[in-house]
Design a protein. Structure first.
Length: 279
């Protein structure tokens, strides 16, 4: 973990420690200076564009062990720890209930990551970010991931949500908000979170939610780890899942690092990109 990575962009090229690469004090400053929350997301993808692959026919795509690695996971924690609120999906909660999903924030369990707890504490932030679930079906229950932040679970849905599930989640202590008629509206989502004092929003809700946020023009920054490894597979997931974006979404590279020590020496790139907006 202590072997260095190589900064490729912006110049000059130079080595630096992996730790702290994404702990950027200006990130929260930029977010709080805006008149709406800043939304960020991250993914790790193979060289052939897979973020998840089905282990065998008939099974849903899952993040393969050939892709996950502790060096990328460290940077994931650095991104997540800076947020005021995380957006997660009902799909994640269903997988978590089945024991098939990773815990999102593991800094309390990893002594070598104590600097991340200190980073958050030194800025007067609560120990954990708040959590909001984006879902229209609401086919999950209020479980541990929603309680660990110490705040009332927040469920964001649309008027299409089954009324029985709305009542069931409310009876479990969740606050359920309708933010659209047929689908969740990005502008109402951001207004709601802004009114609650959340400036930096981190989406770990997967490719469908990423598509929704991007289509509605509210996804601002993408952290993308590109593993120098191809996976193949017939059934797989990519960064976005949804209809064709018209016009396409363009991005501007902010930073790029190469890590030659990851994945048994295959290496991986760490890219940070901001969404380009129309002039």
């Amino acid at each position: 973990m202590h072997t260095p990575i190589l900064k490729l962009f912006p110049p000059p090229s130079e080595e630096r420690p992996l730790e702290g690469t994404y702990l950027d004090p200006s990130l929260r400053e930029q977010a709080t200076a805006r008149n709406r929350p800043w939304v960020i997301a991250n993914f790790i993808t193979s060289l052939d564009g897979r973020i998840a692959v089905a282990a065998e026919p008939g099974l849903p795509p899952a993040i393969p062990k050939d892709l996950t690695n502790p060096r990328d996971w460290r940077l994931f924690q650095e991104i997540a720890i800076q947020a005021d609120l995380w957006l997660i999906s009902g799909h994640y909660l269903r997988e978590h209930a089945e024991g098939a999903a990773q815990e999102l924030l593991q800094i309390e369990r990893e002594p070598s990551w104590s600097d991340l707890l200190a980073w958050r504490s030194s800025r007067g932030l609560p120990p954990r970010p708040a959590i909001a679930v984006l879902s229209t079906r609401l086919d999950f229950d209020v479980t541990d991931p929603l309680r660990e932040s110490g705040q009332s679970p927040l469920i964001l849905t649309s008027e299409r949500a089954p009324r029985g599930r709305v009542e069931a989640l409310a009876s479990q202590g969740a606050e359920v908000l309708m933010l659209g008629d047929d689908r969740i509206e990005g502008s109402r989502l951001l207004d709601t979170l802004h009114q609650r004092g959340h400036s930096l929003i981190y989406s770990t809700a997967g490719p469908r939610i990423a598509h929704m946020l991007l289509r509605q023009g509210v996804l601002d920054r993408l952290y993308l780890t590109i593993a120098a490894r191809m996976l193949g597979g017939v059934s797989f997931a990519t960064i976005l899942e949804g209809e064709r974006l018209m016009p396409p979404a363009d991005w501007s590279l902010q930073s790029l690092y190469f890590d030659p020590h990851a994945l048994d020496g295959a290496g991986q790139l760490y890219a940070c990109l901001d969404r380009r907006t129309a002039p």
